[in-house]
Design a protein around this ligand. Structure first.
Ligand SMILES: Nc1ncnc2c1ncn2[C@@H]1O[C@H](COP(=O)(O)OP(=O)(O)O)[C@@H](O)[C@H]1O
Ligand SMILES: Nc1ncnc2c1ncn2[C@H]1C[C@H](O)[C@@H](COP(=O)(O)O)O1
Length: 221
């Protein structure tokens, strides 16, 4: 346990739409807590660029790839006994991305059903404890689009703004219904990863959210 009452074996997951600042906050939190990071690899993903050029052709391949990667990360965190900050949750793969492409017709119903049954089989293994807290980063669409552009991944910049707008809307709906673990909502205008006082405030809130959840489950079978 540290000064913020965050257990040494905690798993903190950072969620939010593309470009909102998950990787940046993940690295900053892990450094403060002396935790390990579980990162989403973009550079070595063999499908991502192809997917942005042709959603219909590659969405199933990409979802299976992400699922396999997240399962390996999940297994690693489980075997090492926690103490991780994770960049993006598996809940977003299924609840945002796969569902969005299925609903829009860029993933077939058969492929979506196959993906979902594989996902469900995976989460029923011991490797999938819920995170201790999910930090949800949110912000206005214009601010997020600015960040996507400034980060400079050409495949994302070339993607129609309507894709990001639609995803932004889905995220708002998704988080309002999410209840798999405690949630801490952070607005991008309300923190600065380079300001120690701001980071300390986030860590206090993380500790409090985990503490409330622990009290809430005491005495329950
Ligand atoms: N708190 C912040 N203030 C200003 N810029 C930020 C902040 N967090 C992230 N960024 C910038 O926004 C872009 C996207 O951030 P990133 O962490 O890669 O987002 P994500 O992992 O959610 O896609 C990057 O260029 C990053 O430097
Ligand atoms: N499950 C996913 N399906 C489609 N695309 C995905 C999925 N998970 C991540 N992505 C994409 C979105 C971005 O282009 C990169 C990395 O995401 P980021 O939010 O920047 O960490 O991968």
């Amino acid at each position: 346990m540290n000064a913020y009452n965050i257990p040494d074996n905690a798993i903190i997951t950072v969620a939010g739409t593309v470009g909102v600042g998950k990787s940046t906050l993940t690295a900053a939190l892990a450094e403060q807590l002396n935790f390990q990071t579980s990162l989403e690899q973009v550079d070595h993903n063999p499908y991502l660029e192809k997917f942005y050029h042709d959603f219909e052709r590659w969405s199933f391949h990409l979802q299976i790839y992400f699922l396999a990667e997240r399962f390996k990360e999940q297994k690693k965190m489980f075997e090492l006994g926690g103490g991780f900050v994770q960049d993006r949750s598996i809940y977003e793969d299924t609840g945002i991305f796969a569902k969005m492409h299925a609903d829009q017709g860029t993933m077939s119903k058969t492929d979506y059903d196959t993906y979902t049954s594989l996902y469900e089989a995976m989460v029923m293994t011991p490797y999938f404890p819920h995170p201790d807290v999910l930090i949800y980063i949110e912000g206005s669409l214009p601010s997020i689009l600015t960040r996507i552009n400034e980060r400079g991944r050409e495949m994302e910049i070339q993607t129609d703004v309507s894709y990001w707008e639609h995803m932004h809307g889905r995220y708002s709906q998704w988080i309002s219904e999410f209840n798999a673990c405690p949630v801490l909502r952070l607005n991008i205008d309300d923190y600065d990863v380079n300001d120690p006082a701001s980071m300390s405030e986030i860590l206090k809130q993380v500790g409090a959210a985990i503490g409330r959840a622990t009290v809430g489950t005491q005495g329950k079978l």
